[in-house]
Design a protein around this ligand. Structure first.
Ligand code: DHB
Length: 394
């Protein structure tokens, strides 16, 4: 017997995933006159309160502003450089001078809030908090099916489906014959939010004998800090005092650097992995963002890659839909993956240059210090880091 649906909706593009990638795509399509429906099994409030990275590349800021969301320019903070810190000494990498670009501290949660408000004001069809999502018939006539909070089934019929459903994507499994590239790391990050004033005006990426640490910021009264830990670490097992002692020890140096301490208001352990799935298209289904690729957090590329994906995808979808030209759908993956692999290398490189590997030999440790000294001591080395960090041109 045919399933009975409480509602059936026709749209041009069904977007699975209402995080920054899915919502930005729906906004760009809307600006191009293309209709979409966005579904996500999380509540919007859950996404709004899930703390993620905080750095936007130059072109990510441009995309937000050009798409009508300019709060980043008022509430974000422009950063013209970062510091690499090792052997207890900080070395500044000046992005403006070396790459003619900067980046912005603007948390992913704010990017989501802006996009959600914008799409709500557009009158968009956004369906958060749904369950049991299923995507079928992606080779012919794609449909997205799900249950609402009362358990009733709904169906969306679409010309195309985009899987922007994050690192636990259900859509990626529908790409038959795809190749998966993986790398696991033997560590993770312990991330905290703390009520205390910023300890540094810019980010400080630190290599210490106790492992990596990163000093970031959020507001005048809240800091975001991270330190390398075991992937099995239980955040609840760490008292505030123990967290501060560990962070202070990793940042300590002859310059007397000292972190401003305060209550820890949020803590979590972030997994580490490098992952790419290719191709990014199967039939009428396309993948974007973490659904197709994940990077380790060092270098803050994840959100930026997702936004770069959907900028290219919106353009290709527009050509495919308006011009009835399916070759534009294949072009998407090729263009997106060129950037993805550069970002994979950069995230891997920043990770390997700054983290402590259990069992590393004296040779490995000295070589790592030699690599850092080589980068900060060379204009070309520093410029390479600055170019990657602020983002590759379109
Ligand atoms: C932040 C996170 C990162 O992974 C990074 O490389 C830089 C900053 C952050 O949350 O602020």
């Amino acid at each position: 017997m045919a399933a009975v649906f409480a509602s059936t909706t026709r749209t041009q593009v069904a977007i699975v995933g209402g995080g920054p990638a899915g919502l930005m795509l729906s906004r760009l399509l809307h600006l191009a006159g293309i209709e979409s429906v966005v579904v996500d099994n999380r509540a919007a409030e859950t996404i709004e309160h899930t703390h993620r990275a905080g750095i936007l590349e130059r072109d990510s800021v441009r995309l937000l502003v050009d798409a009508g969301m300019d709060r980043v320019l008022r509430d974000g903070h422009r950063h013209d450089g970062i510091s690499l810190r090792f052997d207890g000494v900080s070395h500044r990498i000046d992005f403006e001078e070396l790459a003619g670009a900067s980046c912005w501290l603007y948390p992913q949660t704010d990017v989501f809030v802006d996009l959600h408000a914008r799409r709500t004001a557009d009158g968009a069809d956004l369906r958060f908090g749904i369950a049991d999502t299923e995507v079928v018939d992606v080779e012919t006539t794609p449909r997205v099916r799900y249950s609402d909070t009362e358990g009733a089934r709904h169906e969306i019929l679409a010309d195309l489906v985009v899987g922007a459903d994050g690192s636990r994507s259900i859509c990626r499994d529908l790409v038959q014959g795809a190749r998966r590239y993986f790398r696991e790391y033997p560590f993770a990050w312990f991330g905290i939010l703390t009520e205390s004033a910023p300890s540094a005006p810019e980010l400080v990426y630190t290599r210490s004998e106790r492992g990596f640490a990163l000093v970031s910021q959020r507001t005048e009264a809240v800091q975001r800090l991270y330190f390398q830990c075991d992937p099995a670490e239980d955040p609840a097992a760490w008292s505030d005092d123990r967290i501060w002692a560990e962070l202070q020890a990793r940042l300590a140096g002859e310059d007397g650097f000292h972190l401003h301490e305060g209550p820890v208001i949020e803590r979590s352990v972030l997994p580490f992995r490098s992952f790419v799935q290719a191709p990014m298209r199967h039939g009428r289904l396309l993948l974007a963002g973490d659904a197709a690729h994940t990077v380790p957090p060092t270098g803050a590329k994840g959100l930026n890659l997702a936004l770069a994906d959907v900028r290219v995808l919106a353009e290709c979808l527009e050509r495919a839909i308006e011009g009835r030209d399916d070759s534009a759908l294949d072009e998407y993956g090729e263009r997106a993956l060129a950037r993805v692999w550069k970002a994979q290398h950069f995230s891997y490189w920043m990770t390997s240059m700054l983290h402590r590997v259990e069992g590393a030999s004296d040779f490995d440790e000295q070589r790592q210090l030699g690599e850092l000294a080589g980068i900060v001591g060379s204009r070309a080395g520093s410029a390479y880091l600055a170019e990657c960090y602020t983002g590759w041109p379109r």
